[in-house]
Structure formats: structure tokens, C-alpha cells
Design a protein around this ligand. Structure first.
Ligand code: UD1
Ligand code: MG
Length: 465
């Protein structure tokens, strides 16, 4: 008999006012549901996500996370059909939980992203436990009623509660661990005889509590806070950010202006990293020791080695940046960029599927796409790899210690040998052998005294002709 998690995610999320299903709204770049799934332990017998509204989008997202290896255990989905309450959601899971041979069921909500893996672990290790929180203003949450010894005695939804029950400040966090046979039995007896005409999971939990003791653990409210509105989303993101900041500061990372810096949950920062104001790091990002990320830089799914200097206002996506490289200001490294050690990428340089070997430099205003650049090669200002002929992409292979003069167009496919020198302003369309000097320029004409003559003609309106 194994422990299986059930994640409730079929609700509409009306108050988000969005086409995107609520559980796919991001907190620091990762959707709420991904936070929940990633907090699950890896030794579960599986996890079942209950879906309905936005089912296709949610299933597509789960598939992509699975492919990317982001999920700790196998995930299946169950379509609840028109959602008739949290109890109805669990009823819809009965065949799937039976199929998975569930002995113990852990129930979480897909819109409660900040429950820590430690708390989920404790839930999984308990036989019968409900997570609660103590709130000054308990609002619409269900109220937790306890026996004098602390065991669960009852759960009352705010809409069904008496004034005395409404005054209770201990509320149901909606996360439970229960033995499946007992819960299954209780689910079969549910009715919707309540203010909301819903099948309440809470009624089934209380049903189980009549048979066996169900413990109540009080958690930090942040761990059980749900995302029901854009305001909740912003508050959860701020809470997640504080948690992540605290963690990395303790690991020796400087946040120069914490309130403005966003660091996602899958980011790994090494000691002495410095993050300047307005930096955003999302997805799987690794930043090596002593690397400094300049103000306003956005980095997604990338690895930066140690001692890298990213100057302000760069955008780096699915790229590798080698040790001691310098990037920016205002550089854009796109997918498939690989910089070896000590590479310089300067201002207004865009790279895509570009491999630059050790010490290569492109310091100003260049586009390098579908290209390999050898060790020590210098790419001048305004150089463009013309990689796209309107139909196909072609590659430009540039050797070692090449000098490419400013404003050169390299019309791919092209191979430039080692040690080549290309004169500024050239349009290179043919391969260049090693050590050759390549030039392609229209001959220059100097007409003595031509400038005043032209100006006179321009004033008469006859111009250059
Ligand atoms: C539920 C609890 C309440 C608790 C609160 C904590 C019940 C009856 N009440 O409130 O005691 O304080 O959670 O957040 O369980 N969902 C489905 N299918 C449905 C209904 C809901 O999948 O038919 C999902 C929602 O998408 C959401 C989660 O279940 O992820 C909780 O639903 P929500 O409506 O937010 O909670 P309440 O029922 O109001
Ligand atoms: Mg509800």
C-alpha cells in the first residue's frame, strides 16, 4: 500500500479574472501547481491532479514539466467534470486511487503554492493529520473545531457557521493526510445538504475523525495561503521572495536592493554572487561564485560560471556563460548561446545558437546567429552573420584568432579559416582560407572640390545627378 497525493485543481478561479487556469498563474516564474508538485517527496506511489476548468492547458503544462524532469513522481490527472465541491473532487478520484493501490492519501490544493517540502513530508508521514492556521481575520475559511485533547472534532464552512463558530480563529488549511479505506467510505456517504449545495471534503474528513483520531497541526499562515485573486498572487510572490532571499543571503549572496530583485525557486546561487537592483532570475538558473549580475538584467534557464560580470540591462535566455566572461551592458544572449571562458560580449550584441571559444570578443553592435567563433577571435562593431535566407538558416564557422573588421556582413553558409583578417565594411559570401586577407568593397572615389559643387547644385534643386 502506498501513499498517493491528490492535488485539487479543478476550480474555475473566478476572482483571478483570467483565461489562464488559476493553478497556472506564476509565483516567481513557476506556476502555482508546479510549486505544489515539486514539494512532493519522491517516494510517493504517484500524484493525481484533479482538473476540469482549463483541463487541456493544465495537462499540457504537466506534460511539459514531466518531459523537463521537473516532477518528483509520476503524475496522472482525473477530470472531475462540472465541479460540485471538494468532496466531489475526491469522489472523482476513487477509481484512480484504487488503481494506484493507495493506502494513504495526502490532499493538497493546486492554488496553495508555499507549503514547504518539510511540511508536506510531515503530512505524508502522518496517519491522520489536518493542517490548520491561526488567523486574526479568519474570513471565508472553514473553522476547525477540536476536542480538549486537540484531536479534530469538526469542520464548519464559514457560510454554514453559527456566530460562535465564526469567532474561531483556527482555520482549515485544506491539506490533509488520511487512510484511504476510511476516507473512501466517508466519501461514499457525502451529501450536499449545506449552504453552498456542495459536496464538502470537510464532511468526509470529519467522518473519518469519528472513527480514528485526526491530529491538527498549526502552520505558518504563509504555508497555507491560497491564491484566489491577483492581490493574493502578489502577496504570495512577495512572501516567496522573502523566503528565497533569506535562504541565499544565509549562503553568502548579496542582494543590493532586495525588494526589487526576483529570484525563482529553481535558481541556484553560489557564494559571493552580487545581485544589483531590479535583477530577475527565473526557471533553472545557476550563477557561479563571485559573479555579479548588473541592474535590470533578466536571466532565464541559463548557467553562468564563476567570476562572470554581467553589466546592467542584459537579457539572457537558455545560455551558458563561461568563467570570467563579461557581458553587456545591453546585451541579449538567446537560446543556444555558449560562451567559453573569458569571452566578451559588449553592448547591443545579440547572440543565438552561437558558440564563442575562450577569449573571443564581440564588443559592440553585432548579431551572431548559428555560428561558431574560435579562440581569441575579434568580431568588430556592426558585424552581422546573415544566417537566414528567408527560408532556411545557415551556419557561419569562424576560426581562431580571426579579425573581422567593423560592419562586415558574413553571408552564411560560410567557413572562415584560422588567422583570417577581414577588412571593415566587407560583404563576405565565399569561404575564406586560413591566414587570408579578405576584402569586398566598392572602390572609393574622391572628387577634388566636389562638395561645394554639389551643395550649389542641391540649392538649385538639381541634386546629385
Ligand atoms: C476549502 C475548505 C475550507 C478550507 C479552504 C482552505 C471545503 C468544503 N472547504 O474551502 O474548509 O478552509 O478550502 O483553502 O473543502 N476544487 C476542485 N473541485 C471542486 C471545488 C474545489 O478541484 O469542486 C479545488 C479548487 O480548485 C481549489 C481547492 O479545491 O484548488 C479548494 O477549493 P476552494 O473553493 O478554494 O475552497 P473552499 O471550498 O472554499
Ligand atoms: Mg469553494
Amino acid at each position: 500500500m502506498s501513499t498517493v497525493a491528490v492535488i485539487l485543481a479543478a476550480g474555475l478561479g473566478t476572482r483571478m479574472k483570467s483565461r489562464l487556469p488559476k493553478v497556472l498563474h506564476p509565483i516567481l516564474g513557476d506556476p502555482s501547481l508546479l510549486w505544489v508538485l515539486r514539494a512532493l517527496p519522491s517516494d510517493l506511489g504517484g500524484a493525481v491532479v484533479v482538473v476540469h476548468h482549463g483541463k487541456e492547458q493544465v495537462e499540457r503544462a504537466i506534460g511539459a514539466w514531466q518531459t523537463a524532469g521537473l516532477l518528483p513522481c509520476p503524475i496522472s490527472t482525473v477530470d472531475q467534470g462540472v465541479p460540485l465541491g471538494t468532496g466531489h473532487a475526491l469522489q472523482a478520484c476513487i477509481p484512480e486511487l484504487d488503481r494506484l493501490g493507495a493506502g494513504q492519501v495526502v490532499i493538497l490544493c493546486g492554488d496553495v503554492p508555499l507549503t514547504t517540502p518539510g511540511t508536506v513530508q510531515r503530512l505524508c508521514a502522518s496517519e491522520a493529520l489536518l493542517l490548520a492556521m491561526d488567523l486574526q481575520t479568519p474570513g471565508a475559511y472553514g473553522r476547525v473545531l477540536q476536542h480538549p485533547d486537540g484531536r479534530l472534532a469538526g469542520l464548519v464552512e464559514a457560510k454554514d457557521a453559527t456566530p460562535e463558530q465564526l469567532a474561531v480563529q483556527r482555520v482549515n488549511g485544506g491539506a490533509y493526510s488520511l487512510p484511504w479505506p476510511a476516507l473512501r467510505l466517508a466519501l461514499l456517504g457525502l451529501t450536499n445538504d449545506n449552504a453552498q449545495r456542495e459536496y464538502y471534503l470537510t464532511d468526509a474528513v470529519v467522518g473519518v475523525a469519528r472513527e480514528i483520531p485526526v491530529a491538527v497541526e498549526v502552520c505558518e499562515p504563509e504555508e497555507l495561503a491560497g491564491m484566489n485573486s491577483r492581490h493574493d498572487q502578489a502577496a504570495l510572490q512577495a512572501a516567496a521572495q522573502r523566503r528565497i532571499e533569506r535562504h541565499w543571503m544565509a549562503e553568502g549572496v548579496t542582494f543590493l536592493h532586495p525588494g526589487s530583485i526576483l529570484v525563482g525557486p529553481r535558481v541556484h546561487l553560489h557564494q559571493d554572487v552580487i545581485l544589483e537592483p531590479g535583477v530577475r532570475l527565473e526557471g533553472a538558473v545557476v550563477v557561479g561564485e563571485g559573479t555579479q549580475i548588473g541592474q535590470g538584467t533578466v536571466i532565464t534557464d541559463s548557467t553562468l560560471g564563476p567570476g562572470v560580470e554581467v553589466r546592467p540591462y542584459c537579457v539572457i535566455e537558455r545560455a551558458l556563460v563561461g568563467e570570467g566572461s563579461k557581458v553587456g551592458p545591453f546585451a541579449r544572449l538567446r537560446e543556444g548561446t555558449e560562451l567559453a571562458e573569458k569571452v566578451h560580449i559588449g553592448n547591443f550584441v545579440e547572440t543565438k545558437k552561437a558558440k564563442l571559444q575562450r577569449g573571443a570578443k564581440a564588443n559592440h553592435l553585432a548579431y551572431l546567429g548559428d555560428t561558431e567563433v574560435g579562440e581569441g577571435t575579434n568580431i568588430g562593431a556592426g558585424v552581422i552573420t546573415c544566417n537566414y535566407d528567408g527560408v532556411n538558416k545557415h551556419r557561419t564557422l569562424i576560426g581562431r584568432n580571426v579579425f573581422i573588421g567593423s560592419d562586415t556582413q558574413l553571408v552564411a553558409p560560410l567557413v572562415i579559416g584560422d588567422g583570417v583578417l577581414i577588412g571593415a565594411g566587407s560583404t563576405i559570401t565565399k569561404d575564406v582560407p586560413a591566414d587570408a586577407l579578405a576584402l569586398s568593397r566598392a572602390p572609393q572615389v574622391n572628387r577634388e572640390g566636389g562638395a561645394p559643387r554639389l551643395r550649389t547644385r542641391q540649392r538649385k534643386g538639381t541634386g546629385l545627378s
